[in-house]
Ligand binder design. Sequence first.
Ligand SMILES: NC(=O)c1ccc[n+]([C@@H]2O[C@H](COP(=O)([O-])OP(=O)(O)OC[C@H]3O[C@@H](n4cnc5c(N)ncnc54)[C@H](OP(=O)(O)O)[C@@H]3O)[C@@H](O)[C@H]2O)c1
Length: 279
Amino acid sequence: MTSCPIISSHGAAIPAIGLGTWPLKGETCELAVATALAAGYRHIDTASMYGNEAEVGRGIRSSNIQREQIFLTTKVWRDDIADGKLQRSAERSLKALDLPYVDLLLIHWPNASIPVAQSIKALCDAKRRGLARHIGVSNHTTALLAEALQSASEPLVCNQVEYHPHLDQRKVMAATHAAGMAMAAYCPLGRGDTGGVLREPVVLSIAKAHGKTAAQVVIRWHLQQPGVVVIPKSATPSRIRENYQVFDFALMPAEVAAISSLAKPGSRIVQPTGAPQWD
Ligand SMILES: NC(=O)c1ccc[n+]([C@@H]2O[C@H](COP(=O)([O-])OP(=O)(O)OC[C@H]3O[C@@H](n4cnc5c(N)ncnc54)[C@H](OP(=O)(O)O)[C@@H]3O)[C@@H](O)[C@H]2O)c1
């Protein structure tokens, strides 16, 4: 792996590293997107709920990189996933981004008061209308994913879920990959300095052995798992570049296993009210 892998799913070609953009706003967001694209990233992750789609669109345009070379994801907030509302949310996102389509449109969170079949039908309709090249889901458990797949008349290409060395996601990963979908890892760094992942002695000693940083080791750990996409966020230009400089070293299988063994119960970071019953 000497350059960023592309994860293929049902015709989608998803660059395995994307820039996460929550909670970036304003000029910081625009600069982060432009910095990432200049550093080589070709994948940007946003959402209508982040309130930064206009900035993301400006960052893309200011990079002077052709739109077709960039894989752009946005998401529909869970209050907006009823039929009709979902399509209107996607239209608003495109208006804010000032772009004619996104590459991937995700249902951000399931909503227990809206039937899965209804929201997936609306999502497929948004794709057929050309608002998105590809569609998928986020925060879907194995049970919700199975329901979504049953209702989908268009391929679902991605399930975006929390995933870092402290959180065992083997069940949902197996179900996601069994459907031929990519699994995108959010909070891949366990939220950086505010979490403990980057301070783990195992991670630090592997980083020292390779002459890399803890963040680079954790990003590399994600990349060495087939079908996994990783979307670290940083507002700091040097860190944005650092997080992409991960193609000049490789972890040994024992190092990957040692990092995976850091998983422990109670490590979920994102657990809002109304979250589904996790696997
Ligand atoms: N689908 C969902 O429900 C969902 C939920 C959460 C997140 N997401 C997406 O996933 C993206 C990533 O998740 P996240 O932002 O929650 O967590 P994260 O990427 O694990 O961590 C971000 C934190 O790590 C720090 N950081 C970044 N690079 C670093 C480095 N090289 N060394 C040390 N610290 C570093 C950042 O600090 P600085 O910014 O100060 O550099 C920031 O505080 C989000 O931005 C968003 O796009 C999706």
